[in-house]
Design a protein. Structure first.
Length: 612
């Protein structure tokens, strides 16, 4: 199998669009705010009506030829990510020829020929902005799964966009207020929220698989792809070949590759294929919890690496790592509250890979969402299949997600519900029990087929949220995370292949397991699904102590008053958090998030640490 090599890079984008032609130099400050995403070069362009800036993190090409913004005829372009079928598109359209040095060069010529039909043709992980100087029209687009983030805010009729909210904050420091409904939604429903929502009222995301067009003071987002699509025939041979192709595209070129390895089927498949298809060094990283063997997967990861001949390195996670300073750094990177301590091992994995000089990491992220690998998705899928009614789905959604939502801030289910009865949550928890309210948030498209329902639901909500977080954690350490299990072809096959099917042993992801067995062997392929191992309970103790030490202030704060029953005393809080440390971690995350993102001085200090 031959895959053309093109120079790749990751970066950050900032765009301002003003139909009134009143753009000033603020876009330079926006680039500074996300410089950690691209320390190798910064480029800006402006004509008074539109300003674009780009910060570049070089992966293979360190020359100035790939600096952005790019210009092609009347188009000005900034681009973040990778387009893996750039050469195929160039050949098909007869553009660029052999001159294609890097994938972004195909965007201008291809867009000139195809217009917005281009977006559905691109296979990759990208956020792209194109400004037409002649028509004074701005178009921005995100890849179909939302791997590369793009946020926007409208202020005084002008449109501001950035790869991170930090860029918007630099341009509009006054325009930032907490969306309390979104906080409550997350506590109740988890990651199944609207695709365009953030934790700030004024800030939205460009949804995955959408392009947004701005002309004068009006703009609109248009979908160019949907998980409702089922467009290809499927077989085990096709799936295995698609896996090989996807890996080849993501390891092409002269660069060492890191793989995050748990020892489960997804990451093991990525590691096996990366080793087989890359001509360069492949190193695996796994989290290790010293003194808590039951919490890690080192033996499984070691077994895979021994079989493949891959060097295995560890990122250790201890209670000493879970400091308030580190948690603030994670909050600053995510730009939202990290609800769970499991973000810490992922943070340490990226830090370890960055320290060893890696700029690219392959992960198995998204495969459980794609192939219905989570048991709560499976239960919802079966409920839909038994009774294809919105009311039935709403009941399943309510019963499952109330347990996941409220249960995850108190593992004893509703026994700690009295804690969350501030003036905001009490009303929102009622909505969580309201069938009509939940039904209004469920698309009728998920009712079509049992085998597709859970996958479609995940792709329409939770998946892009998880991928946003993965991007942010990696870029905070100057690392591009690539997603070889989420190529366009693999997504199409999953949506066609009745993704949630089980094999005769009752194992989920049956079709994927059958294809992956060719690369990892049947023992690994038949390994039962395990949740991501959480660190030992003592790892979050400093965060819990922070909550208890500051309980009166937290309870009296804006976010505390909206969430916490005012009658809960310090002694009550001690008893609750001792029984369920997760509640302490949740409260610490919420309070620190509000302190950092609603305090100009605190955010300026954190921004300085990021850019250092």
């Amino acid at each position: 199998m031959r895959v053309r090599t093109i120079a790749g890079y990751m970066c950050g984008l900032n765009i301002i669009f003003s139909s009134k032609g009143r753009i000033n130099d603020v876009h330079n400050g926006m680039a500074d705010a996300i410089r950690h995403r691209g320390p190798d070069a910064v480029g800006t362009w402006s004509d008074g009506h539109c300003a674009l800036s780009h910060t570049k993190l070089s992966i293979q090409d360190f020359s100035s030829r790939s600096n952005q913004p790019l210009e092609y005829r009347n188009l000005v372009i900034v681009f973040n990510g990778e387009i893996y079928n750039a050469h195929a598109i160039a050949r098909e359209l007869g553009v660029c020829g052999e001159r294609l040095l890097f994938d972004g060069e195909v965007i201008g010529p291809a867009y000139s020929k195809l217009g917005d039909a281009l977006w559905g043709r691109l296979d990759g992980e990208f956020a792209i902005a194109i400004y037409d100087k002649a028509e004074r029209r701005l178009t921005v687009a995100r890849d179909r799964i939302g791997a590369k983030p793009l946020y926007y805010q409208v202020y005084d009729g002008d449109l501001y966009l950035s790869s991170e909210i930090k860029g918007l904050r630099r341009a509009l420091p006054q325009g930032r207020s907490l969306d309390f409904d979104r906080v409550c939604f997350d506590l109740v429903f988890g990651p199944w929220g609207p695709k365009d929502a953030t934790f700030f009222k004024e800030v939205k995301k460009v949804p995955p698989a959408h392009y947004l067009t701005a002309i004068t003071e009006t703009f609109a987002a248009t979908s160019y792809w949907s998980a409702d699509h089922r467009i290809c025939e499927s077989s085990g041979d096709n799936l295995a070949a698609a896996l090989e192709t996807s890996i080849c595209e993501r390891v092409a070129g002269n660069l060492p590759i890191a793989v995050f390895l748990s020892g489960g089927i997804d990451s093991s498949t990525v590691a096996a294929l990366a080793k087989a298809k890359s001509s360069n060094e492949v190193v695996a990283y796994s989290a290790r919890y010293p003194g808590a063997a039951s919490a890690d997967e080192n033996h499984e990861a070691r077994s895979v690496c021994d079989r493949l001949g891959i060097d295995l390195r560890f990122a250790e996670v201890t209670a000493a790592d879970a400091t308030l300073k580190t948690w603030d750094e994670i909050i600053g990177a995510l730009e939202e509250p990290p609800w769970d301590i499991v973000y810490l091992p992922v943070w340490n994995l990226y830090r370890a890979a960055s320290s060893d000089g890696f700029r690219v990491v392959l992960t198995g992220q998204g495969n459980d969402e794609l192939w219905c690998g989570y048991r709560n998705e499976e239960s919802l899928s079966l409920a839909i299949w038994r009774d294809r009614s919105v009311e039935r789905v709403a009941r399943a959604f309510r019963d499952r997600l109330l347990k996941v939502g409220v249960g995850r801030v108190g593992k004893s289910g509703h026994s700690f519900a009295p804690l969350w009865t501030g003036h905001g949550t009490s009303e929102f928890l009622k909505l969580g029990r309201d069938i009509a309210y939940i039904a209004s948030h469920i698309s009728s498209s998920v009712l079509a087929c049992h085998s597709l329902a859970a996958t479609r639901l995940a792709m329409n909500s939770a998946l892009s949220r998880h991928l946003d977080q993965e991007d942010r954690l990696g870029m905070a350490h100057g690392i591009e995370s690539r997603l070889p299990l989420l190529s366009n072809r693999l997504i199409d096959l999953a949506l066609t292949h009745h993704a949630g099917g089980k094999d005769d042993k009752g194992l989920e992801k049956a079709a994927f397991r059958a294809a992956a067995a060719r690369f990892v062997g049947t023992r690994v392929a038949n390994r039962p699904k395990r949740s991501f191992p959480a660190p030992p309970a003592d790892v979050g103790c400093e965060l819990c102590e922070y909550v208890l030490d500051n309980w009166p202030a937290i309870r009296a704060s804006e976010i505390g008053a909206g969430l916490i029953n005012p009658s809960i005393s310090v002694d009550d809080a001690v008893a609750i958090i001792k029984t369920s440390p997760q509640i302490g971690i949740t409260l610490a995350s919420l309070h620190r998030f509000a302190q950092l993102w609603l305090s100009e001085a605190a955010l300026n200090r954190l921004q300085g640490e990021f850019n250092d």
